[in-house]
Ligand binder design. Structure first.
Ligand code: BES
Ligand code: MN
Ligand code: ZN
Length: 497
């Protein structure tokens, strides 16, 4: 798909389709004023017949509208003008692109990008439009022997107002497309089955990306991790035949000596639960247990594409959690890289066991901040559902930045407590701590566990168990929280307008 920006793409625009918005009831949104009188009159007549009243989510596709040079006109209902905010704007773009996809048009001009959205800039509208459109166009058919037919639509034009600075709009488009590529990578890695997307596959993906974008990449193998003393991470791999990997990638777009932001992503390529085996129903979805890893690699890709002037390090501990004969057993005690000992009371609480060693490993990069991303707890899904990512942090400023980035990116997080009061649930009779804290506040005690390995830096933890993928008819990875993370980094780089 080719995306471009056009100033005041007006009625003279020769195009396969022009897309305009209509509010309830029958009021044209910005953009339509650029049509000639004749065209405006004939559209008004059509609307007056009652086929389109502007309700959100509705569409009307017209052909051969009088005096309109475009072959088609797509009218998208926008709902009430007073209620037209972030979510409604994104929904209108999504509806438009999905509808265009089912037509035969090779290109389309969206006047929707000219509609004001409260508190949001033109750059925001363009960036978001590029993200939403790309997301709507994403397909994953690698394992279908009959591929979906190629679509005719291959060119989208975003219209901007005369007053708008073209350079700013162009930068926003570039950012939106880079984020979309990061999201697509995260979705594809997530959607790949566990027999394809192994720790080795994630490592190869990181190496390929590093080659393409001149990044420094190092893969630590099992012997390397043994030598370091990462016995908590290694305790998870014992039941599996897949070799574990610790993937480390450095992007150096900032000044030498600038402390990096470090992103750590949970890369369990399949989570059976281990000896504490999960029930069979829906277990296939535990192929998504590497979505944290996928999201930090996707974020890295977006940052590299945009060549942001920051230093970023990505760490992915990647392991398969299987119940083999050599697997860790409930009651086993291991010594983590930090030296703290852990009693493994449940082998299904494996995410924290690999993340804790990755967090300790992050110390050596002298980070400005460390953010880990993990499909960590079912309890987080109970707490926040599939709407918000759970956010925990030992630093209020960092938490605020992440919450803000999520709101702007339409990829929201919600802060949860990390109070000391919860720490006592992790008490063990035999080791420094247990790896589970019981049923109450399960996502909080998981975060409390991680906090014990994050004492030396500003740290945040994103629990994406409810947001990383969808179940049911639309089963598939979402690519969240790539938009949140990239917006956070864009803001830090001073590039968010
Ligand atoms: N990967 C799971 C968390 C998960 C479960 C995410 C379901 C999304 C949907 C994690 O490794 C896990 O199994 N957590 C356990 C922890 C428990 C044993 C303390 C859980 O949430 O049940
Ligand atoms: Mn588990
Ligand atoms: Zn897991």
């Amino acid at each position: 798909m080719e995306f471009s920006i056009k100033r005041k793409a007006s009625e003279k625009q020769r195009s396969g389709c022009v897309v305009i918005g209509v509010f309830e009831t029958r009021k044209f949104a910005a953009g339509a004023d650029s049509f000639g009188k004749d065209t405006q009159r004939s559209i008004s007549e059509i609307l007056a017949r009652g086929d389109m009243d502007g309700k959100a989510g509705t569409t009307l596709l017209l052909h051969n509208v009088s005096a309109l040079p475009a072959e088609r006109l797509l009218i998208v209902g926008l709902g009430k003008e007073k209620e037209f905010h972030d979510k409604e704007y994104c929904a209108a773009i999504r509806t438009a692109v999905k509808t265009l996809n089912d037509t035969g048009t090779p290109d389309a001009t969206l006047l929707l990008t000219q509609i004001p959205v409260k508190k949001r800039s033109v750059a925001w509208r363009i960036r978001q439009a590029a993200m939403v459109a790309s997301e709507a166009l994403y397909r994953f058919d690698r394992f279908k022997s009959k591929k979906e037919a190629p679509r005719p639509l291959d060119r989208l034009i975003f219209s901007i107002d005369e007053k708008v600075k073209e350079a700013q709009a162009a930068q926003a488009l570039e950012q939106g497309l880079a984020i979309a590529e990061g999201v697509a990578l995260a979705r594809t890695l997530g959607n790949l089955p566990g027999n394809v997307c192994t720790p080795t596959h994630l490592a190869e993906t990181a190496l390929l990306m590093s080659h393409d974008h001149s990044l420094e990449c190092r893969i630590l193998e099992q012997p390397d991790m043994e030598a370091l003393g990462m016995h908590s991470l290694l305790s998870v791999t014992k039941g599996s035949h897949q070799p574990p990997k610790l993937i480390v990638v450095h992007y150096k777009g900032g000044k030498t000596g600038d402390k990096p932001v470090v992103l750590v992503g949970k890369g369990i390529t399949f989570d059976t639960g281990g000896i504490s085996l999960k029930p069979g129903e829906g277990m296939d979805e535990m192929k998504f247990d590497m979505c944290g890893a996928a999201s930090v690699l996707g974020t890295l890709k977006a940052v590299a594409l945009m060549k942001l002037p920051i230093n970023l390090t990505v760490i992915v501990p990647s392991v398969e959690n299987m119940p083999g004969g050599a697997a860790s057993k409930p009651g086993d005690i291991v010594t983590s890289l930090s030296g703290q000992t852990i009693e493994i009371l449940n082998t299904d609480a494996e995410g924290r066991l690999i993340l804790c060693d990755a967090l300790t490993y992050a110390e050596r990069f002298n980070p400005k901040a460390v953010i880990d991303v993990a499909t960590l707890t079912g309890a987080c899904v109970i707490a926040l559902g599939h709407v918000a990512t759970g956010l925990f942090a030992n630093d209020d400023e960092l938490a605020g930045e992440l919450l803000g980035a999520g709101a702007v990116a339409a990829d929201r997080a919600w802060q949860m407590p990390l109070w000391d009061d919860y720490q006592e649930q992790l008490k063990s009779n035999f080791a420094d701590m247990a790896n589970i804290g019981g049923r109450p506040a399960g996502s909080v005690t998981a975060a409390c566990f991680l906090s014990r390995f994050a004492g030396k830096f500003a740290w945040a933890h994103l629990d994406i168990a409810g947001t990383a993928w969808k179940s049911g008819a639309e089963k598939g990875a979402t690519g969240r929280p790539v938009p949140l993370l990239v917006h956070f980094l864009l803001e830090r780089a001073g590039k968010l307008h």
